[in-house]
Structure formats: structure tokens, C-alpha cells
Ligand binder design. Structure first.
Ligand code: F0G
Length: 441
């Protein structure tokens, strides 16, 4: 299963065009020591011929080998940074379905929509696709401790993979601003969990200092191996569609790691001849945490307009200073994509519509459909377009939000009441068959 030749040409490269400094694949770098730019993995060897690759990927679906069953490592020729796969820890991440959502399509102004539902992952979010790779690299480097700051999903995922790999997990969370479902996961998977009185961006700065000082491996999305793993979300989506390219891929934007990963995956798939064109990428942000939208609206030039106090009930994307914006900007531009923002009410209503398809998702994921509704109304996305929206997290991640929405108790930051437009209140009834029958008649 090892493929020594594959990773021989893998290296880390500075993403900054003006620098492009190169580092060994086994060096611990998150930002370029020369210029401070983001780091990415690059591969010298071209993968095999496209038809050969497609055949290998398809055949692995019938295999019982754990790394073939993984929806990430199944595509390992397209993320060949390891020399030896024997230390890979897989929880059979990926393998997430493509689902039709006719009610959501109608609500979004489309004839049809396809959801790529990452909430079907082992810990309930897309983070698992990246975390299996980040953990594999941590093990390869002989690291004992891993750390992350998180709005909840990264920490849940890291805790699980660290536990499975026998690593010590250190988690830093913004106190009071993550859902209980996600916090509960970190605790159950045995991670040391520190709640800090600060927001995500502030804690990330803190954790970078601590990681350096204590020699802890950082598994936030500026870790290039996380990005490699998240590329597989696009590879799997294309494989499931027999490599038919959609017109649009729509996703929520927070720290912008996923946008970076999707763009890189699609460009690499094009270069490898697996697809013949790029889909357009649409990134959707929550109005109170929308620095990337603001930047994009100004043409993507000048200083990045970080938001000091980001706010949104979609806590997963409550990020004011996204680390990966330079990569994300490149990917949205290359794909001729767009960036949009949506209100709290729009997210809540779109989420209820996704629920009515029997699908459901967490609030951040519903920003996709809310954004699509705006983009079809403004004519950016055509009604007949072939659209894949990526639902990033599972419905059960944030059940408190759901209950409040359906019972008319949801309030946006600042106290503005969210209308329960598609609310579905539980009905309290007496223990009386007659009365219940009358009610249901
Ligand atoms: N959707 C969900 C459910 C998320 O958890 C996140 C990010 C995003 C979307 C945004 O993705 O950061 O790659 O742009 N959650 C991170 C966390 C920040 O800590 O779990 P992004």
C-alpha cells in the first residue's frame, strides 16, 4: 500500500506568488518564515492518467481495506504527501451522500439542487475529511500533542482523531459561543478543553504562541495537510457525479479553509484531466461576520477589512479575521465565482426549508441556501443551473437553535427577534384520547 515514489516530490511551498519559498514536506511550518505567507503542499509528480485514476477510485469502493473505505484516502493519488500509509487513522470519514432537495430548490429559486452533506461524517462535519490527514502528518512527525482553536466542529473532529491515534488533544474554545453538542463531543472524546474569554480570532493568535512555545502541533485550517484532506470533498462529489462538473459549488465561509481546499482540488482535478472545466465557487457569509464579502465587494484590494467583534447565531462561522483569505480570494477569482452575505433571518428560514426536505443541517450550512436564494433573485445564478451546495454540519450539532426557531424564541445578536416563518411548534395535549382525536381530525 505504500507508494514511496509518490511523496518523493511532495513539498511545502509558500502561497505568496512573490515568494514561493520551498520547505521539506516534514517541516513544521504554518506560515512562511520568509514572508509570513500561507503554506500549501505541492507535488512534482503528475498523478496517473485520468481514466486509470477514475478506475482505481471506483474499484476501491469494493475494497474492505480501511484506507480504501475512507472517502479521503480513496483519493490518495491526489493528495500524495505520505510515503507510508500504515499510520493513517481513519474513522471512515467522507463517504457523504449527494441528496436532492426539491423543496429547498424551489425556495432557492432553482429547478434543482444537490446537497453534498458533510454532516454525515463520523463526528458530524466536514472537518473529519481534513483531520484524518492532519492527524496522519502529526503521527508521521512523531508529535505527541495536537491543538486547535475552534468554533466547535474542528475541536470535535480533532478530539476524535487524536483519541483514535493515541495523541493528547488540547482544545481552545471561545467561552459561551459554541453549541453544546460540539462541546459535548470534545469532552466525550477525552480532549483537554480550555474555554477562553475571547473570540475565535483572538484565541487563534494565543494558540499560535503556545504551540510554538510548547512544541504542540497545530491542527487549525492553516495547517496545509487539513486542506489536502478537505480537497477530497470535491473529488468525492465529482466521482459520485461520474465526473460531471456542476455549474456552481456553493459553501459557507468562515475561516475560509474549505474555500481554499475546494478551489485547489478543482484546479488540480482540471490539471490532472479528471474534469474539463471549473465550476464557479460561491462563498456565503453571515452578515455580522462578513469581512470576506466586504473585501470582495471592494474588488479584493487594499487592506483586508477584519471585523473586530463578529456576530452571528451561526456560531460555526463567527469569524472576523479569516486566516485563509488570500487563498480563498485566489480560488474565487480563478473559478469566476462570487461572495455573498445573508442575514440571520435568511439563514434561519433557509435552514427550516432544508429541514423540510428531510435533510436538515446546522445553521452555518444553511447560509448556502439563503445565499442561493439571493443569487438567483439577482440573476447571478440561473434558475436552470446545476448547483451543488455543501452542507457542512449535522442538524444535531445545534439543537438549541432549532428548538428556539420553531417555538418563536430565537433572537439575533443585539436582541432582534427572528420570525418563526416556517415554525413547527410542539403541541401540548392532555392525556385524553377524545381530545387528541378531535385535534387531529
Ligand atoms: N460550516 C461549519 C459547520 C463549520 O464548522 C465551519 C468552520 C464552516 C462552515 C466554515 O468553514 O472555516 O473553512 O470557512 N468551523 C471552524 C471550526 C472554524 O472551528 O470548527 P471555513
Amino acid at each position: 500500500m505504500a507508494s514511496a515514489t509518490q511523496s518523493a516530490a511532495a513539498e511545502l511551498v509558500c502561497f505568496n506568488e512573490a515568494c514561493r519559498a520551498r520547505y521539506a514536506i516534514t517541516e513544521v511550518v504554518y506560515n512562511c518564515p520568509k514572508c509570513g505567507g500561507l503554506i500549501e503542499t505541492a507535488y512534482g509528480n503528475a498523478p496517473a492518467k485520468p481514466d486509470t485514476l477514475k478506475k482505481i477510485f471506483r474499484e476501491r469502493r469494493m475494497s474492505n481495506a480501511p484506507i480504501d473505505q475512507s472517502g479521503v484516502w480513496r483519493y490518495r493519488e491526489l493528495l500524495p504527501f505520505l510515503e507510508d500509509y500504515s499510520h493513517v487513522v481513519t474513522l471512515r470519514e467522507g463517504n457523504t451522500p449527494l441528496l436532492d432537495g426539491p423543496i429547498a430548490a424551489k425556495y432557492g429559486g432553482l429547478d434543482r439542487i444537490t446537497f453534498k452533506h458533510q454532516g454525515f461524517n463520523p463526528t458530524g462535519s466536514f472537518k473529519d475529511n481534513g483531520m484524518t490527514c492532519g492527524t496522519a502528518q502529526a503521527v508521521r512527525l512523531g508529535m505527541r500533542r495536537v491543538a486547535c482553536v475552534s468554533t466547535g466542529n474542528t475541536s470535535a473532529s480533532m478530539a476524535a482523531y487524536a483519541a483514535a491515534a493515541g495523541l493528547e488533544a488540547l482544545i481552545f474554545l471561545p467561552h459561551g459561543n459554541i453549541s453544546f453538542g460540539k462541546l459535548a463531543q470534545a469532552l466525550e472524546y477525552g480532549a483537554k478543553t480550555l474555554q477562553v474569554e475571547a473570540n475565535f480570532d483572538q484565541i487563534l493568535a494565543l494558540v499560535r504562541v503556545l504551540a510554538e512555545r510548547l512544541g504542540i502541533y497545530l491542527l487549525n485550517s492553516m495547517n496545509p495537510f487539513r486542506i489536502e484532506g478537505q480537497k477530497s470533498i470535491m473529488f468525492e462529489m465529482l466521482d459520485q457525479r461520474d465526473w460531471r462538473v456542476p455549474d456552481w459549488v456553493v459553501l459557507p465561509g468562515g475561516n475560509l479553509g474549505n474555500t481554499s481546499a475546494f478551489g485547489k482540488a478543482l484546479r488540480e482535478a482540471l490539471n490532472a484531466g479528471l474534469i474539463d472545466r471549473l465550476p464557479r465557487i460561491a462563498v456565503i457569509q453571515a452578515e455580522g461576520s462578513a469581512p470576506f464579502y466586504d473585501f470582495w465587494s471592494r474588488g479584493g484590494t487594499g487592506t483586508f477589512p477584519a471585523v473586530c467583534n463578529p456576530e452571528t447565531l451561526a456560531t460555526a462561522i463567527r469569524i472576523g479575521d479569516p486566516v485563509s483569505w488570500p487563498k480563498a480570494l485566489h480560488e474565487v477569482r480563478t473559478s469566476k465565482g462570487v461572495v455573498e452575505k445573508v442575514t440571520e433571518q435568511e439563514i434561519a428560514d433557509a435552514k427550516a426549508q432544508i429541514g423540510l426536505c428531510g435533510i436538515g443541517c446546522e445553521p452555518a450550512s444553511a447560509a448556502t441556501l439563503a445565499g442561493i436564494r439571493k443569487l438567483t433573485a439577482s440573476g447571478v445564478i440561473d434558475r436552470a443551473a446545476d448547483v451543488v451546495a455543501v452542507l457542512t454540519g449535522n442538524l444535531l450539532k445545534d439543537s438549541d437553535y432549532i428548538y428556539k426557531y420553531h417555538t418563536g424564541q430565537l433572537e439575533a445578536p443585539g436582541g432582534v427577534k427572528i420570525e418563526s416563518r416556517f415554525g413547527n411548534k410542539p403541541i401540548v395535549v392532555p392525556n385524553d384520547a377524545e381530545k387528541i382525536a378531535a385535534l387531529l381530525r
